[in-house]
Unconditional design. Structure first.
Length: 360
């Protein structure tokens, strides 16, 4: 008789967040951490093979965990894909496709970049410009690309703001032409695209289940190996660098859970904090009343773009936006006055100690 094997994996996936320095650069991330609690008890008579790898790429500590006969191969393929995309997209690498494009002002897009730029343009349109990959010159101006931070002077900001606007981009037959002085930064969407790609890889390798944690982004392949739901912890935006307090825990499967928060990357000057999610309308760090935005969706790329966009849009616009297409995604929001808002389909799956408002 086969021995019943109980695999007890209490994996605390600690995921450092992107340090948001104008995209995805291969420099050490800040020590801020996001916590995703993953506990797996694979019951049943058969042992499920598992493999796990920690990777540092795209500015972020990442963890890939796979379950299935080909778990090790899937983890290796996932790592290869992450490194490939990092090299392609990093604005910190002068040889990346995006750096060359920014330098030349135009260029042929790879299939990966084309998918991201198309999605970015669609989300830009749908969010009234809140998501805009042309914020790159603003990221540079604030020093997020070099970590040489400074609050820009009004005149400088005004000048750079003129270059911001996806309406000045022209995408035709796979070629992207930038407007005068423009630069693009896929940092707000690339991790979501990457986690979608990893889901495809998991499928190819016939996995039973899998979980990836890329900075504040988690994507779940199926359920836990024992068929139960994953527990996905959302970082409390008030948590200090050294603690791992949670805003709450979401029980779910087969989806992306992607969070944007000011704590991912910021600096302080004269007692004021300035963070890395820029409002393209003002050129300043978004300050529209939300301090944490989590998007839950089947599509990582959409969830990533929307987490950034909704952070910029603020509570009221975000609620209206969700009401216009509630089947596409769900929300977990925290406002600056510590009120938590959750869309109705998540209300039983999400637990928190904060007072909750349900968005119907
Ligand atoms: P996320 O952590 O997904 O919210 O993405 C933040 C990153 O997206 C920043 O570090 C920038 O690279 C980029 N970004 C900042 N503001 C915006 C914006 N309004 N639209 C699109 N990308 C942005
Ligand atoms: Mg994002």
């Amino acid at each position: 008789m086969k021995k019943t094997v109980l695999i007890l994996l209490a994996a605390l996936l600690l995921t450092a967040c992107s340090n948001g320095n104008g995209g995805i650069q291969s420099v050490p991330a800040d020590s801020q951490q996001n916590t995703d609690v993953v506990q797996t008890a694979a019951a049943g008579p058969q042992e499920v093979k598992s493999a796990k790898k920690d990777i540092f790429a795209m500015d972020t500590y990442m963890t890939v965990t796979c379950y299935g006969d080909r778990a090790q191969e899937a983890v290796d393929a996932a790592e290869k894909e992450i490194l490939r995309l990092d090299e392609l997209l990093s604005v910190g690498n002068p040889d990346s496709e995006i750096s060359k494009l920014n330098e030349a002002g135009e260029g042929e897009l790879s299939n990966d970049s084309k998918i991201m730029v198309e999605e970015a343009l669609a989300v830009n349109e749908r969010t009234g410009g809140a998501f805009d990959i042309t914020v790159y010159p603003l990221m540079q101006l604030w020093g997020f690309t070099t970590q040489d931070y400074k609050v820009p002077k009004q005149e400088e900001l005004k000048k750079v703001l003129e270059t911001v606007g996806s309406g000045q981009l022209a995408l035709k037959d796979g070629r992207l032409a930038l407007g005068k002085g423009q630069g693009i930064d896929l940092g707000g969407i690339a991790k979501g695209y990457t986690s979608d790609r990893l889901m495809e890889i998991f499928e190819e390798y016939g996995l039973v289940s899998g979980i990836i944690s890329l900075g504040g982004n988690v994507q779940l392949y199926g359920t836990k190996p024992d068929g139960s739901l994953w527990k996905c912890g959302i970082r409390d935006p008030h948590a200090s660098d050294s603690d791992s307090s949670l805003l709450g825990v979401l029980q779910t499967a087969d989806c992306a859970v992607i969070t944007s928060g000011a704590y991912e990357r910021y600096f302080e000057e004269d007692g004021k904090t300035y963070h890395h999610i820029i409002d393209p309308a003002t050129g300043y760090p978004a300050d529209n009343g939300l301090i944490s935005v989590t998007i839950v969706s089947r599509q990582g790329i959409l969830a990533d773009a929307l987490s950034t966009a909704c952070y910029v849009m603020g509570l009221e616009k975000t609620i209206d936006f969700w009401k216009s297409s509630p089947e596409e995604f769900d929300l977990i929001l925290m406002t600056a006055d510590d009120e938590v808002y959750v869309t109705a389909p998540l209300k039983d799956a999400f637990s928190t100690d904060y007072p909750v408002h349900v968005i119907e």
